[in-house]
Ligand binder design. Structure first.
Ligand code: NAI
Ligand code: MG
Length: 341
């Protein structure tokens, strides 16, 4: 029996609810299958910051380093600057060098999901505008944020994306950029990613300007296979692509580095519904599917993904998808579908 040590970080808001639901499902799978999990619970986020003054303690980073993979709920970031506060997931991405943020958007049997969509956004995860270096001048009348693009980060994200594209059926890569307006920063990204893409000549690679990409994602999303882009653009268009296939309740993502990996939903801590037990746990459970593939449990991952689709198809679904199921009820529906499969 394969044993896997996994770190669980609930974070804030609905992060608690969706991680507990995902854990129930994974524990249910372990009963029926050939694999076994041991859990390490670690803490991060705004609620922890309010209690302790530290949003991301060293022990949490140690737990992520010490285990095979991490499943993360969601963490709150206040919109105003708070001295000493660090955004938990953004800090972990940089501190652990999780340079690839991989966000699949695949059609699922839910209202509003567009048939034929099967794409992956590969978002550079360590630099761009997310270096979080901002300053104000003239008594707050002007503000400047730095954007950092390096050849090294552009090269490795380009390589990651083209390698992923080469493993997929359609073998198509779009490099989405804004080099026409920002030839130094975006130009460096574009040219480096283009060169990286030549490593896999069987992949057909095209450039696309990010705003046109956004429009075409709405009008003809089925043409896209893998899209690689810089940090902020990837953040925005991956919420758009989540919207193409049923919304934030079901969109999952992976933060991948050479040494470590953290799997999470695309959504945040959803303060508007937190604590009510109505959050959709699907995104986090699909993040667990990505995690299972990453740790070499592809067959279990495929079976769990089919179970999620069965549960989404037959319901009862959670409220965001027009149903009335609670978080834990829907997790049980998925588990029953898994056992029945
Ligand atoms: P959000 O994703 O938390 O919520 C947006 C909307 O979608 C809300 O109406 C929410 O109720 C709904 N929603 C999200 N996930 C859902 C789920 N699983 N089931 C049902 N409905 C769901 O984004 P928002 O409101 O912009 O941000 C809230 C907080 O989360 C902020 O502090 C933000 O910084 C943080 N955040 C954290 C992320 C992370 O930890 N990776 C990602 C995005 C936001
Ligand atoms: Mg986002």
């Amino acid at each position: 029996m394969a044993k896997h040590a996994i770190t669980l970080i609930e974070g804030d808001g609905i992060g608690h609810e969706v991680i507990r639901a995902a854990r129930t499902v994974l524990e249910g799978i372990q009963v029926t299958g050939e694999l076994e999990f041991s859990w390490l619970e670690a803490h991060a986020g705004w609620e922890l910051f309010e209690r302790t003054g530290n949003s991301i303690p060293d022990e949490t980073l140690e737990a992520v380093r010490a285990t095979e993979a991490t499943l993360f709920g969601a963490a709150t970031s206040p919109s105003a600057k708070v001295p000493g506060f660090r955004g938990a997931i953004r800090h972990m991405r940089r501190a652990l060098d999780l340079y690839a943020n991989v966000r699949p958007a695949v059609h699922h049997p839910v209202p509003g999901s567009r048939a034929g969509v099967n794409l992956v956004i590969v978002r550079e995860n360590t630099e761009g505008l997310y270096v979080e270096q901002e300053r104000t001048y003239m008594n707050g009348e002007m503000a400047i944020a730095d954007t950092v693009i390096t050849r090294r980060a552009s090269q490795r994200i380009g390589e990651y994306a083209v390698k992923l594209a080469s493993s997929r059926q359609r073998k198509t890569l779009h490099i989405a950029h804004k080099a026409n307006v920002l030839p130094m920063t975006q130009g460096l990204f574009l040219n480096t990613a283009r060169k990286a893409a030549t490593l896999f000549p069987e992949v057909s690679t095209r450039d696309i300007i990010i705003d046109n990409c956004a429009m075409q994602l709405v009008t003809r999303p089925e043409q896209f296979d893998v899209i690689v882009t810089t940090n902020l653009f990837g953040d925005i268009i991956s919420d758009l692509t989540a919207g193409l296939v049923g919304g934030l309740g079901i969109a999952a993502s992976a933060n991948i580095g050479d040494e470590h990996a953290i799997f999470e939903s695309v959504h945040g801590s959803a303060p508007d519904i937190a604590g009510q037990g109505i959050a959709n746990p699907t995104a986090t459970i699909l993040a667990a599917v990505l995690m299972l593939r990453h740790i070499g449990e592809a067959a279990t991952a495929d079976r769990l993904e089919r179970a999620v689709d069965t549960a989404l198809e037959h319901g009862p679904r959670t409220r965001d998808l027009g149903g009335s199921s609670s978080t834990s009820e829907f997790a049980s529906t998925i588990l029953e579908a898994y056992r029945g499969a």
